[in-house]
Structures are given as C-alpha cells and as structure tokens.
Write a new protein. Sequence first.
Length: 363
Amino acid sequence: MKRHATLRGLSAMLLLIAVVGCGGGGGQVSQLQVSQFRDASGRSVRDTNGNGVPDLPLDARPTVVPSFSGFAPGQAVEVQIFRNGVPQLPQPLLLTADANGNIPPVPVLWDIGVDPQTGQPVDATGSYVVVASGGGRQVTFTFEILAGRSASVGNRQAQTGFAFVLAGSPAVFTQGSVLTGSPVWVEGFGFPANQQVKLFIVRDRDNWVNGSPLTDESGGAETVTTDANGNLPRTQVWASAQRWGTGQTEGDYDIVVDVNRNDLFDSDTDVVVSAIGTGFTVQEPPVSGQHLAVELAASQQGVFKDEFNLTENVSVWLNPPWRPLTPYQVVRKYIVLHKSNWQNGDVLVDVTGRHEQDLMRFA
C-alpha cells in the first residue's frame, strides 16, 4: 500500500521516517540476475505444486521481496510487477544500484490479496512477473499466487469451509502478520450449520498428515458454534501473540478449524489456514539500533528518484508500510541534511522549518 504526501521543494536532501540506513561497497557483478526472491518471513519462494513455477498461497496474504545483482554501480533500475500481464504498480519503482551493482531486498507487493484501502480480502490469484530493467538490460522472475478456498464458490456450496486471520483491536484488518503482543482473530464461512468447532493455533507446517495431533500454542483451543448459515463468527483466538523461538521462521503459525473436535487433523473435514505456506507470522517490534533503508522521495506521479530541481515538489510514497507499523499510527516525516552515518539519538532538524505528520490508516 502507498501513502502519498506532498512536501516542499528541495535539492539533495534526505527524507527520513523515523529510521534510515545506507549502503556501500566496491566492485561490480557482471551477471544480471534475481539474486533472491522471498516472502516476508524470509523464506525463498518455491514450487509446491510441481509445475515448475514458484508459488505462494493467497490465504497467507504474502509480501514478496526480490533483490537483484549484476547492474552497473549507480545504475538507475526500474522495477515493475505484472499480474496476468497487467501492471500492478501505478508507476515503476525507480531504484539505484549500489557500489557493487546490487539492488538490496525491496518489497514490490505486500499483503497480496488484501485491499489496501479497506483491509478486506480480495481475489489476487494468477501469474506474476517481476521485471527489473536498466542500462538496456532486464531480468525477470515469474511466480504464482495459488487460489485459496475463498475464491471457490464450490467450496461454499460443498461446505468445506474457509477461514481467515484478522488482526488489530478492533479486528478489522485481514493480515498475514501481526506484532508481538497483538490480538489475533479468526472468522470464516462454509461450515456445517449450528455446529461446534475447535480453533487451534499451531506451528506452521506445509505437509499436513491425517491423524496429526493438534497442539495449541496460544494456551488452549477455542470452541465456537457456527450460525444457521454455516458462518464462523469472529473469534479472538489469541489475546497476545508471541513467537515460539528466535529463529527466522519461529513466529510462523497455521490455524486449524477442527470440525469434528477430535484434536486430530482430518483432511476430509478440517480446514487449515494455510495448508501450504504460512497462516500468519508474529513479528517482533523494532530492535534498538536497527535502521531500515527504503525508497521514499518521489515525484508527484509516484516515481522514486533521488534528485530534484530547486522549485520541484517532493512527495513521499511509503511503499510499502514497513512493518512493524500499526493501523492508525501517526508518523513524523522529516527532510534533513544528508549524513553518511546515522546513529541512535541523532537530532532530526527539518530544513523546511517544521516536520509533517501523517496517519498510517492501514499497515
């Protein structure tokens, strides 16, 4: 999602939103390639259905993060992403290769399958192509977003059930990640009417086997009764989400709707969010001393760039809303003189005379 705010004209200034970083190095990589392509949990995107194309499940509301290498140092690089041939970004991302010719990991789409204006789920299945071009060369990467149960009318009619994760307080945001200590909610549809089911939060796995015991990580499974239409009411399944370890993926969970309430996984009746991929991820709050470098300065058309004319307006596109940001959080935007090395505690002095504030309506 993008946040757009117009700032005053300036030249060779650095834009900050609370956290910044810088890169460097020397040398040049000659082979142009996508050096890494992963989701927000840090795992490489891989082929799970055997068709030779890496894929991610729509149910996980994934964020995709590629990095590139092999460009000339300082090369301007445009990045666009297409879904079924249709551009997904209003304007290509305009990035700059570092001294080694690398483009560091940059999110190009985030919370895929979530409407950025409302936070509600939308269909985003299909074939995606990431294209990075610069200096007369380009590199591409193709991946798929696989259909979730929510995209199938037949699933509703067959009452196989579909459930999805919500976060926030109140629970109004369909998300694939939540902050440590935040509440987690579940709701769904397509289940047997007027029937009790159990809701388990379990550690993430990709291969679910019939008869696997269900162990709840939140302190105990919830028992909920569906309504006369087979809808699963919005239910808080975790009051304060926590990671189960410090490793890269040790905050990844699935949610299982145990329809027959036998505390075992049964593929004929139970529903998993998400059977392939991650149901949701619990993320830590910012670490003291951590700085994030993101593209912020942009033209009014939303094209990221680093140089502006003296009388030109400068806009900020926060693309994406870097987690962990929370919905309805107010952030400050500063335009400051460039520094090569930023330290915690450095005073931010806006060159225009005052900073600006903005509201992160959905993050």
